[in-house]
Design a protein around this ligand. Structure first.
Ligand SMILES: *Cc1c(COP(=O)(O)O)cnc(C)c1O
Length: 387
């Protein structure tokens, strides 16, 4: 059976162009970029090129503002811990961080960790579609606020945060701003200079590069403590011999993402609309959880009434359709994800939630097949439902 992959927010396949560009660095061009001989210089040049490509994708002023990390998660950790640790070492009494209640665990769990270490954290609530209210951010700012960290696009429902307004408030109060842009880079236009963020994280495997490579943009002048200590790699900001093949792959993926951003967004948008119209036409009692006006293309988060999500995912998997639920199994019972909980979805509805996330290789035929199969599956599941 031909499988249909609709889980691109979880990860994307390597693009063939990316794989081809990586191959030499997995084989003959194996040098350590710190070596001064020809092998080393070859690796160094490849990394320099990739750094320029990545800087270009997000509109950084200089490639020197780009640090390669081991993942998007590490980039978020580096931004948040690196900045707060430096503030703490400067004294200044209490320290306060503002974030949102719908962040990825890479940010949320890092903030919770810092809370245990004496930081105070405000987790901004969100509206029913997962957007923070800008007045609530304004009210949350304190004299002791050392960092605002708010994601650009949510991974579960695609909702876009009002990043321009958030930036304005951060600048007004001279508070550094970090954004987790893992789900927006490549789909939405991104210009860190125009926007004015201090720190921005994204990840290779969400833009058709390999897993295990991430990026932290650090605006010139933003000071951070290091997370990983050792050699002088990455301008003394992240020690460890560079993952040259992955960095090269990410550079090519960034270059392609920049060239194709408009077409990619249009492709995703058209297919997302097609899916939504198909669901609306054939299934009743459903709710969309993404923001009606501020939603990144490619993500459709749907709650089906009187359906148990985990069983639905397994049934769809049997049909060859690969999607995600909005719930996680915690101690045997299905708990809605923290994002769905923050939207205020009743648990019964949160339980029946599915995330469709589309990508480059998604076709109209695949969407049509989902629309052909899903109504029957939902109907069967509803007859079995005893919530
Ligand atoms: C995937 C993801 C991450 C984590 O990136 P990794 O490279 O998998 O560590 C962080 N934030 C968001 C919003 C994501 O979707």
């Amino acid at each position: 059976m031909q499988r249909i992959y609709l889980d691109y927010n979880a990860t994307t396949p390597l693009r063939p162009e990316v794989r081809d560009a990586m191959m030499p660095y997995l084989t003959e061009a194996f040098g350590n970029s710190s070596s001064i001989h020809a092998y080393g210089r070859e690796a160094r040049t490849a990394i320099d090129t990739a750094r320029e490509q990545v800087a270009d994708l997000i509109g950084a002023k200089s490639p020197s503002e780009i640090v390669f990390t081991g993942s998007g998660t590490e980039a978020d950790n580096h931004a948040i811990k690196g900045l707060t640790e430096l503030e703490k070492s400067r004294g200044k009494g209490n320290h306060h961080i503002i974030t949102s209640s719908v962040e990825h665990h890479a940010v949320l769990h890092t903030c919770q960790y810092l809370e245990q270490r004496g930081f105070e954290v405000t987790y901004l609530p969100v509206d029913r579609y997962g957007r923070i209210r800008i007045e609530q951010l304004r009210e949350a700012v304190r004299d002791t606020t050392v960092l605002i960290s708010i994601m650009h696009v949510n991974n579960e429902n695609g909702t876009i945060q009002p990043l321009e307004d958030i930036c304005e408030i951060a600048q007004e109060h001279e508070i550094p701003l970090h954004t987790d842009a893992v789900q927006s880079v490549g789909k939405l236009e991104m210009n860190v200079q125009a926007l004015g963020v201090n720190l921005l994280a994204f990840s290779g495997h969400k833009i058709y590069a390999p897993k295990g490579i991430g990026v932290l943009y650090i605006r010139r002048g933003t000071r951070l403590a290091n997370l990983v200590h050792g050699g002088a790699h990455e301008r003394n900001r992240r020690a460890g011999s560079e993952n040259v093949p992955a960095i090269v792959g990410l550079g090519i993926a960034a270059d392609l993402a920049k060239q194709e951003q408009n077409a990619y967004a249009q492709h995703l948008d058209a297919l997302t609309q097609r899916l939504r119209q198909g669901l609306d036409a054939h299934i009743d009692r459903l709710h969309y959880n993404g923001h009606p006006d501020h939603c990144a293309p490619g993500t459709l988060n749907v709650s089906f009434e009187a359906v148990e999500g985990e069983s639905l995912i397994l049934r769809l998997d049997m049909e060859g359709i690969c999607v995600s639920t909005g719930s996680a199994c915690t101690s045997g019972s299905m708990e809605p994800s923290h994002v769905l909980a923050a939207l205020g979805l009743p648990p019964r509805l949160a339980q029946g939630t599915v995330r469709f996330s589309l990508g480059r290789n998604t076709t109209e035929a695949e969407i049509d097949e989902v629309i052909a199969k899903l109504p029957k599956v939902i109907q069967q599941m509803r007859t079995l439902y005893r919530g």
